[in-house]
Design a protein around this ligand. Sequence first.
Ligand code: ATP
Length: 226
Amino acid sequence: MLKMEAIETRYGPAQALFGVDLEVRAGQMVALMGRNGMGKTTTIRSLFGLTPAHAGSILFEGHDLRRLPPQRIARLGLGLVPEGRRCFPNLTVRENLLVAARPGEWTLARAEELFPRLGERDRQSAATLSGGEQQMLAIGRALMTNPRLLVLDEATEGLAPVIRQEIWHAIRRLKAQGQAILIVDKTLSELLPMADHCVLLEKGRSAWSGAPEALTESLRDRYLGV
Ligand code: ATP
């Protein structure tokens, strides 16, 4: 459904991506990995047109995304859970979910069933949620757009262990329901058993890609070690 080829992106004069290739097929979970600063977030920003790529191609279900502005890209069925979440703090949990809603299978009830904590805090303003609850809300909001591809940047970073478990549980359920997912996260113990495919970035390039079982100790040391 998604094919990014030879993507190059810069921030002003500073080039951050020098050739990223990435493919997600229907129903797949693809893990985008690499050490800090290797280009994971920039790859996602390029996909959504937030920091447009200056070279390469991005095809999503037949659409050439490089020609489109971010709002159009989102409407084609790409849902983003950005790093740092960004819910509307002055809106309630319910309002945050409802403003994102677009026609489809996802309803307020389904989002609150996936994350029961959101149901319990339905009328609370988003600003009063814990970081983990805000992350659940950010995922819920992205789902309310009925995305064909859900993209999560740092799905569980910096969250309390109990909440991380709840989020992984929800992601497992989404995957079991056939939701296509592109995910960045550093928790390999959760990510690798679930992922269908891994892409390792190094210095703004996709340096290796393959099945999680093929990700040997030496590859991990080389591309993910600190
Ligand atoms: P992290 O896990 O630390 O978020 P990352 O793999 O997501 O890392 P990016 O954030 O995509 O990496 O960064 C890739 C490169 O682009 C880095 O060299 C970074 O310094 C640079 N970069 C990122 N954001 C900007 C920006 N707004 N302006 C200039 N350079 C940037």
